[in-house]
Ligand binder design. Structure first.
Ligand code: UDP
Length: 149
């Protein structure tokens, strides 16, 4: 089963949106297999955002991501990477449809509330970066048979 990495950024944590965001994934039927709150190091964020190193917005973005705790989560389910991106909305909240997390709770690009892996490959890389194997729970959800045919 596919897994994705979803994080509530410092603005989402400060604004009290952790449960709102988690609850959308939980109610959709995705299975929570990892969750923690942490202050991310510059090293971790540089690895996480390695594709953006050297871009003009990079230093400000990393400093914002270090301005408070992040809630890091891993969700499991069918097509969860693509579905997760769709639930988050577009990178820029003003391009995001109402009903998406960024479309409902964000305005500015640099305060877009949440992160979600953009491919299965990135998801696997990001999950390894943010979680140790033993921090991820393998469990059978009783809901499985009511969610999947
Ligand atoms: N970002 C920013 N300024 C920019 C471009 C991106 O602050 O000009 C931030 C934005 O918060 C975004 C993150 O950098 O979520 C990573 O950008 P990416 O293009 O990977 O978007 P995402 O995958 O988060 O939708």
């Amino acid at each position: 089963m596919e897994r994705t990495f979803i994080a509530v950024k410092p603005d989402g944590v400060q604004r009290g949106l952790v449960m709102e965001i988690m609850s959308r994934f939980e109610k959709r039927g995705f299975k929570l297999v990892g969750i923690k709150i942490l202050n991310a190091s510059e090293e971790l964020l540089t690895k996480h955002y390695e594709e953006h190193v050297g871009k003009p917005f990079f230093p400000k973005m990393v400093s914002f991501m270090r301005s408070g705790p992040i809630v890091a989560t891993v969700w499991e389910g069918k097509d969860v990477v693509n579905q997760g991106r769709a639930m988050l909305g577009k990178t820029n909240p003003t391009d995001s449809a109402p009903g998406t997390i960024r479309g409902d709770f964000g305005i500015d690009l640099g305060r877009n509330v949440c992160h979600g892996s953009d491919s299965v490959e990135s998801a696997n890389r990001e999950i390894k970066l943010w979680f140790k194997d033993e921090e991820l729970a393998n469990w059978e959800s009783n809901q499985t048979k009511w969610l999947y045919e």
